[in-house]
Design a protein around this ligand. Structure first.
Ligand code: ZN
Length: 481
């Protein structure tokens, strides 16, 4: 592999590029899905190829191929150079400024105890059908779905900095969904082996079978739940829910290419422009948002990003103030940073790296605080678990979120279940109303597998995390579902 990589870099250098890289990537994906008592799908696919990126006269050229032969690597590299040369005919300004980076030689691997691709399909199917059976045993549950999803990525990345990086990551998840139906409506409830970078041991370590009955019962209870009240309520959000709110209202808003207006496809631009850096009150003083691409179990971690920059841990919001962004080598100079934060990833060998969300979490509270204590301290509120619908404007400022399961809190007690709960807020008002965060014993990571960005669209994965959190006086209800 190294020899093939070096051949591409030598050709690019001969052509006078200021930077070049080559990524050889192999993906293996397996998805097993079941419905009630039957297997509804088994997909097992592999994709392997390479992409060459060059920077010439301040412009990018990129070309890719699935044919991993020396001659093809030479031809594809020359094609990338030609594309860069053609692009430079229409160069805007002085062209790309690409931040310097040290050379790195490294091997990074997700710690995997049990390779999920070596576990027999039969074993996976038996577990999923067993889970479905438990959910269907609950009176009122009419439909049971479940799936397992595994993805591995082997990557060889070499660039003209002198870096040669190998990474081997593996993501595992499973989920079950119960649907309860009565004469009026249908309601669902889900439970998951949270997507993490780990092997099949993660599935075995998650009590899918044990929780199936509760999942079914909560789907049924959801049918007769009380309507969502309207007005201002305190919200207590479980990490399984807050993950999506962090993703949409902070994660996307603080991708520097989006902030600069260089990338607006799918999720728009951002209100958090660079003139606000170091000044904007994004949240209350207890809101500390950390990016962490150093923990190998989280989905955005692969040792080094596709720009060849090491995974890092840094604050983007500190004591409620906007202090940094997620950056790549091409844009970090716009905020005066000399080096990238290492947030550039491509979703395959045939895609170019773009800025993607890191693993972004809300730091746990410093004071000793349990979820039960937080509920006991809340007079009139709603407790929300799980992800549901969401909607957010093109500046990431004005949003509405649903969820998966909701309970009313009255005078410090979790009382009845609610249905069709939605809440609406302005991003900075919402995070500004955060007044209590449970301590680190309750901090949980939640993986997101299907974040779309770019045109053509690329799909990325990342992990968000928090402890249970309270937000005061948030507008709830009023949405037509
Ligand atoms: Zn997203």
């Amino acid at each position: 592999m190294k020899e093939l990589c070096l051949r591409a870099l030598d050709i690019a250098k001969e052509k006078g590029v200021s930077f070049a890289d080559i990524r050889i990537v192999k993906h293996h994906t397996q998805i097993v899905t079941t419905e009630d008592e039957r297997v509804s799908g088994i997909q097992d696919s592999e994709s392997m190829g390479f992409g060459v990126r060059v920077l010439l006269n301040g412009c990018w050229g990129f070309a890719a191929s699935k044919n991993l032969f020396r001659k093809e690597i030479e031809d594809v590299t020359l094609r990338a150079v030609e594309i860069a040369r053609a692009s430079s005919l229409a160069k805007m300004g002085s062209g790309v400024v690409f931040a310097p980076e040290e050379p790195h030689e490294a091997i990074f691997r997700t710690p995997v105890q049990k390779d999920p691709f070596k576990v027999p399909i039969e074993e996976k199917v038996n577990l999923l059908l067993g889970v479905n059976k438990e959910m269907l045993r609950v009176r009122g549950v009419k439909k049971a779905h479940s799936f397992m999803w595994f993805k591995s990525e082997e990557r060889h990345l070499a660039n003209t900095d002198g870096s040669f990086i190998e990474s081997n990551t593996c993501t595992s998840t499973a989920e079950c969904i119960a649907t309860a139906v009565d004469e009026h409506t249908a309601k669902t409830r889900y439970f998951e082996a949270i997507p993490v970078n780990a092997g099949y041991e993660h599935i075995e370590g998650t009590p899918l079978l044990k929780e199936a009955q509760r999942v079914g019962e909560e789907a049924v209870a959801h049918l007769t739940a009380k309507e969502c009240p309207q007005g201002k309520k305190d919200l207590i959000l479980h990490p399984s829910h807050l993950a999506l709110t962090i993703h949409e209202s902070i994660g996307h808003a603080l991708e520097l290419d989006r902030v600069l207006g260089m990338e607006e496809s799918l999720a728009g631009s951002s209100f958090a422009t660079i003139d606000k850096l170091g000044k904007l009150k994004y949240g209350s003083p207890i809101v500390n948002i950390v990016c962490d691409n150093t923990d190998p179990t989280r989905l955005a971690s692969k040792g080094y990003d596709d720009d060849g920059v090491p995974g890092q841990r840094w604050y983007i919001i500190k004591n409620g103030i906007l202090v940094d962004y997620q950056t790549g080598r091409e844009v970090c100079h716009t905020i005066g940073a000399e080096q990238s934060r290492g947030s550039c990833r491509a979703d395959s060998w045939q895609s170019i790296p773009i800025i993607r969300q890191s693993n972004i979490g809300l730091e746990a509270g410093e004071e000793h605080l349990t979820l039960e204590e937080l509920i006991a301290d809340t007079k009139d509120g709603i407790y929300i678990e799980g992800m549901g619908s969401f909607s957010i404007d093109q500046k990431r400022l004005n949003f509405q979120f649903g969820g998966d399961c909701f309970w009313e809190i009255k005078n410090g007690k979790k009382t009845c279940m609610l249905k069709d709960v939605t809440y609406q807020a302005i991003t900075t008002d919402f995070w500004g109303s955060c007044d209590a965060i449970c301590d680190k014993r309750f901090w949980q990571p939640y993986g997101v597998l299907n974040c779309g960005k770019g045109d053509p669209m690329q799909i990325a994965q990342m992990t968000h995390g928090s402890s249970p959190v309270r937000f005061r006086n948030i507008n709830v209800g009023g949405a037509k579902l």
